[in-house]
Design a protein around this ligand. Structure first.
Ligand code: ADP
Length: 336
C-alpha cells in the first residue's frame, strides 16, 4: 500500500492536499460499464484500483459536484490567498479525465451547475473581501506554456514568446479587475489567444499548460503584502508513451513530459527537503516556482478515468499523486 507513515506537525497539516477525482461515465453507449475505480467501504480516503489500495486526503467519486469540490478544496486556498499566502491548485491527469472541466477554463463552465474552480474563485475573492474596510487590489494574469515556451495571453502580441531570463519568470501582464465579471472577460479573451485553443471537441486542447493567476495586493501605511493563487490546467499527462505521435506532436509530447516530470522532481526534492530544488529544469516548474515552495499552500487535483483501457495512465497518475503526499509545507506570509 502506498501510504505515507511520517507524521505531519499541526502547523504543516493541510498545507498540501492531494485529491483524486474520478470522471463520471458520460457516454450513453458506455453507461452500463463498471468503473475500474472502487471506493473503500469504511475509509473514505482509500480508493482501490487494480486490487491495490491508495490513500489520499480526498477521494472524490464521479457523483461529487463542482460546488462540493470547490468548497472543500479551493475555497480554503482563496481564503489563504486573501490572508497573504502563495497558493496553487493544479489539475493533473490524462487527457479527457476532466481537468479543464474541473478548473472551469471554458466559458461554458462559467454558469450553471458545472461552474468550475476559476470562475468560483473569482466570485469568492471579491465576495470574501467585500466587507473589509480596506479591500485589497485584485489583478489577474493568464499564461500558456506550449513546447517549453511561455506565451502571455494578456500581452499585446500574444504570439510573442515571453523571455524568461535565466528561467525566472516575472509573471506576465497583470490586469487589474474590480469584479468577477471582469475576470471572466479576461479569461474568455485570453482563451481566444491560446495557441492550442481549449475547445471541447478539440483533442489537441490538452497539449499546453494553462496558468490563470489571481494576484492580491494589500497595502497599508507601513507594509505591502503580495499574494497569489495559481489555478493551473496542466497538459495531458499521457505524453508520448501512449499517443505515439511523430513530428510536431512528438516534440510537444516530449515537452509536456519534461514539464510534468520536472514538477514531480520539484515535489520530490521538497518532500525530502533537498538543498537543491530543480525549479529550472523546465519552463513549467520555473513559472510555478514561487507557489511550489515549501512556504505555500498546494492542492493537487489528480483526475482519473473510469475506463479499463486507461488503467496504466490511471496508475501513473495515482503514483504521481502518491509521491506528492510526502510534501510537508510550512506556509509563510510574503510581506514587504
Ligand atoms: P481534460 O481537460 O482532462 O482533457 P475535459 O475537462 O475536457 O478533460 O473533460 C472531458 C469531457 O468530460 C468533457 O466533455 C467534460 O465536459 C466531461 N466531464 C469531465 N468531468 C466531468 C464531470 N465531473 N461531470 C460531467 N462531465 C464531466
Amino acid at each position: 500500500m502506498e501510504m505515507n507513515s511520517s507524521k505531519i506537525s499541526p502547523e504543516e497539516e493541510g498545507a498540501v492536499k492531494i485529491a483524486i477525482r474520478e470522471r463520471p461515465i458520460i457516454q450513453k453507449s458506455r453507461e452500463n460499464l463498471q468503473s475500474i475505480v472502487a471506493y473503500h467501504s469504511t475509509n473514505k480516503n482509500i480508493i482501490i484500483v487494480n486490487e491495490r489500495p491508495y490513500e489520499f486526503d480526498y477521494c472524490l467519486g464521479p457523483h461529487i459536484s463542482q460546488r462540493e469540490l470547490y468548497d472543500e478544496l479551493v475555497q480554503p486556498l482563496v481564503r489563504k490567498t486573501l490572508q497573504g499566502y502563495f497558493c496553487s491548485a493544479l489539475a493533473y491527469g490524462q487527457t479527457g479525465t476532466g481537468k479543464t472541466f474541473t478548473m472551469g477554463l471554458h466559458s461554458e463552465y462559467f454558469s450553471g451547475d458545472n461552474v468550475g474552480v476559476i470562475p468560483r474563485a473569482l466570485e469568492d475573492i471579491f465576495a470574501l473581501s467585500a466587507d473589509e474596510g480596506n479591500p485589497p487590489d485584485i489583478a489577474v494574469s493568464f499564461v500558456e506554456i506550449y513546447n517549453e515556451k511561455v506565451y502571455d495571453l494578456l500581452a499585446e502580441d500574444t504570439n510573442e514568446q515571453v523571455n524568461i531570463k535565466g528561467f525566472k519568470f516575472s509573471g506576465g501582464v497583470r490586469k487589474p479587475i474590480i469584479n468577477a465579471q471582469e475576470g471572466f472577460t479576461v479569461l474568455t479573451n485570453g482563451n481566444k489567444c491560446r495557441h492550442i485553443r481549449p475547445t471541447k471537441l478539440n483533442p489537441e486542447s490538452s497539449r499546453s499548460h494553462a496558468i490563470f493567476t489571481i494576484h492580491v495586493c494589500r497595502k497599508t501605511e507601513f507594509s505591502q503584502i503580495n499574494s497569489l493563487l495559481h489555478l493551473v490546467d496542466l497538459a495531458g499527462s499521457e505524453g508520448v508513451r501512449r499517443t505515439g505521435h511523430q513530428g510536431v506532436a512528438f516534440t510537444e509530447g516530449v515537452h509536456i513530459n519534461q514539464g510534468l516530470l520536472s514538477i514531480g522532481k520539484v515535489l520530490q526534492a521538497l518532500a525530502y527537503k533537498r538543498k537543491v530544488v530543480p525549479y529550472r529544469d523546465s519552463v513549467l516548474s520555473s513559472v510555478l516556482q514561487d507557489s511550489l515552495k515549501a512556504n505555500s499552500y498546494l492542492t493537487l487535483l489528480a483526475c482519473i478515468s473510469p475506463f479499463q483501457e486507461d488503467l496504466s495512465e490511471t496508475v501513473s497518475t495515482l503514483r504521481f499523486a502518491a509521491d506528492a503526499k510526502s510534501l510537508k509545507h510550512t506556509p509563510q506570509i510574503n510581506a514587504i
